[in-house]
Design a protein around this ligand. Sequence first.
Ligand code: RIB
Ligand code: CA
Length: 319
Amino acid sequence: MSRPVLIDTDPGCDDAVALLATLEHDALEVVELTTVHGNASVDDTTRNARAILEAVDRTDVPVARGADRPLLVDLDTSEEIHGEGGLRGDLPDPGPATEPGDVHAARRIVEQARAHDGDLALAAIGPLTNVALAHAMEPALPELLDDLLVMGGAAFTSGNVTPLAEANFHSDPHAARRVVRDCEPTIVGLDVTARAAVPPERIAGLTRDAPLGRALSEWLTYYDADRLERYGIDAAAIHDALVLAELIDDGVLETASYPMEVGTDGDLARGALVVDENGVTGDAATGEVAVEADYERYRELMSASLERVLERVGAELSG
Ligand code: RIB
Ligand code: CA
């Protein structure tokens, strides 16, 4: 029995890898994608999400467009990392949208949570604006969801936008504060995702002469040499895929409960995930934090799923 999951996403190269692998794995049923500003504008992340679905012949999955800016701070995108329009590679542009697509992503998150009556997992792999808006619409959202996993934050390690802040939390710190405080998330942060690379050489049949294979190869290597050197790694972190790997196989991550808060003001505090590791606040735990990952299990799971999708559509893609 596949587990229903809704993915809130800002594709984005690592989002794209996560989507490809998840759409192909029978442990999960992707009931909808909701898009958000982040790596690029929401128009671009929505186009990218639809292009990815078309590329793997999964236009059965609806896409709902979401927030075009953070709750309070100004929009800040990362096209310098993910490429012009937010996605490297040359996937064909999607055709015209078939579904009306005029219901806001936040509303769709609430509707899907209610429709699945406690069975829905929500994977948030971009800035948390849509999730915060969904919680504002439906304060019972945490009780309506089976699980909320968030790619974001840097609990016990340095950030990737400021020394304290990870990109998704920095993009919309107020939304992150609300979700961390009130939505009982499992935080999958840089503590575990920074080393979550999927080396292309691990993927048998990665045909670089077919559009999907060429695009996947670019997504898996989206970090430039300077960024690899800065982080002391030899392969790009596919941050978002680690969230979906945990939903596919809940032994991938080891988590621990803590009281947590997200900073919102000032250059340093903005987007900082503050974890009360020593319990000095006396506050109750607000969620889980991923503290360890089984990277070999992650890479095996991702590689196998990506090989399947390449085999299924890789050679057939026109263009
Ligand atoms: O910090 C990594 C996160 O920011 C990932 O979700 C990546 O896609 C970007 O959105
Ligand atoms: Ca993302």
